[in-house]
Design a protein around this ligand. Structure first.
Ligand SMILES: Cc1cc2nc3c(=O)[nH]c(=O)nc-3n(C[C@H](O)[C@H](O)[C@H](O)COP(=O)(O)OP(=O)(O)OC[C@H]3O[C@@H](n4cnc5c(N)ncnc54)[C@H](O)[C@@H]3O)c2cc1C
Length: 356
């Protein structure tokens, strides 16, 4: 059942977001989980939907027989005080650890530098761990394997579409915690102005190649920024704290290079990337797996400071994600937090207004 609705105008999110409101969060990456966590802490009822079999989104780990490899986000940094405090909680809970790799830089050093003073953290024992920890603390389990394909306003409520059917639950507000193009697609019919805002953001792809070796591979570095050829980053996955299993390396390709090869067979991409890795001193791997990320980062397009999050009180729709929060893991978390704060602040204002 829905919470207390005070009015039903579609032009106004005309209800008081009291403690019993029901919010749908679509996407269980870090932005969605940060938003859900903060909304729950403020007393709201939250249901999180995730299309994949697990949470964490692009903070992900691929597993195979005897090996695993973080193939999305490689590490995260904490520059803001609020995210630093969050990372400290993760470290205390044992789900994140400092990673201090020997770092190399190949090619033009000014492009990506190995800032030695920067503290780099990783999820432990794998990159998904912080998101799993956040999800496990939510009162209701994340609904996994549920791809939301549409949003429909029914009276004063939102209902979510899966396949051709509408889910039974009714929601007072919906948060889309998705990469910009995926949010734009869902908003197209129900909120064209918001859809346009999301569609204006260009996200760039990256091919990822995971390589497994039968024996340890000593290259003189555990991670490298590569500012030449097709590669942009390589890392020895088993040098990260808490990792076990086979010797495994992760290669990320440059966005422009990846964009030009989006439709290329994985075998060919793998061959080209292995050749580039060989130029850094690596022998051929015994086994490889490739993954094509469509949304690795946001093209530096929009001017001015990023919006961080979007809350449309008229419709009860909110947007958060790395593309609104200056990119990266920290930006995703800050964006989710910020959206929840906007929603709660708005609820408090309306609550005061309705009580006066
Ligand atoms: C190759 C690569 C390298 C990166 N390297 C770094 C790095 O080193 N450091 C760093 O800080 N950041 C890095 N990032 C970026 C970082 O991973 C992201 O900024 C962050 O994880 C984004 O979180 P998010 O919650 O905004 O989005 P996501 O993690 O993408 O979460 C969105 C979630 O929504 C789900 N979803 C999508 N559509 C639907 C739907 N219709 N219904 C239900 N669920 C849906 C997805 O499955 C996903 O779980 C990298 C990313 C990639 C891909």
């Amino acid at each position: 059942m829905r919470g207390r609705i005070r009015a039903s105008s579609s032009l106004h999110w005309g209800f008081v977001m009291s403690s019993s409101q029901h919010v749908a969060v679509v996407g269980a990456g870090l932005a969605g989980l940060a938003c859900a966590t903060a909304l729950v802490a403020a007393g709201h009822r939250v249901t999180v939907f995730e299309k994949s079999r697990g949470v964490a989104g692009r903070m992900s780990t691929r597993r195979g027989e005897g090996w695993h490899c973080d193939h999305g986000a490689q590490y995260f940094t904490a520059r803001s005080s609020s995210f630093s405090a969050e990372v400290a909680r993760w470290v205390e809970a044992g789900v994140a650890k400092l990673w201090v790799p020997r770092l190399a830089v190949f090619g033009e050093a000014a492009l990506h530098r190995a800032d030695a003073a920067l503290q780099r953290y990783v999820g432990a024992p794998q990159m998904t761990a912080p998101a799993q920890w956040l999800a496990s603390a939510l009162p209701a389990p994340v609904k996994l394997g549920v791809q939301i394909e549409g949003l429909q306003r029914v009276g004063a409520a939102w209902r979510l579409q899966v396949g051709a059917a509408l889910l039974e639950d009714e929601f007072d507000a919906v948060v889309l915690a998705l990469p910009a193009p995926q949010a734009a697609a869902l908003l197209q019919d129900c909120a064209p102005a918001l859809a346009q805002q999301a569609a204006a953001v260009r996200m760039r792809p990256s091919w990822a190649l995971m390589l497994n070796y039968a024996a340890p591979l000593e290259l003189g570095f555990e991670a490298a920024f590569v500012n030449q050829g097709p590669l942009r980053w390589v890392a020895r996955n088993n040098s990260k704290p808490g990792r076990s299993g086979a010797e495994s390396w992760l290669l990320h390709a440059q966005p422009e290079w990846s964009e030009a090869r989006l439709q290329m067979p994985a075998e060919q991409v793998a061959a080209e990337l292995q050749e580039a890795f060989a130029a850094l001193g690596a022998p051929p791997a015994e086994q490889w797996n490739a993954h094509r990320w469509l949304y690795a980062d946001t093209a530096p397009a929009h001017e001015g400071p990023p919006a961080q999050s979007v809350w449309d009180e008229a419709s009860g729709l909110g947007l958060c994600g790395d593309w609104l929060g200056a990119g990266k893991v920290e930006g995703a978390w800050l964006s989710g937090q910020r959206l929840a704060q906007q929603m709660v602040a708005m609820a408090n204002t309306m609550s005061r207004a309705s009580n006066s």
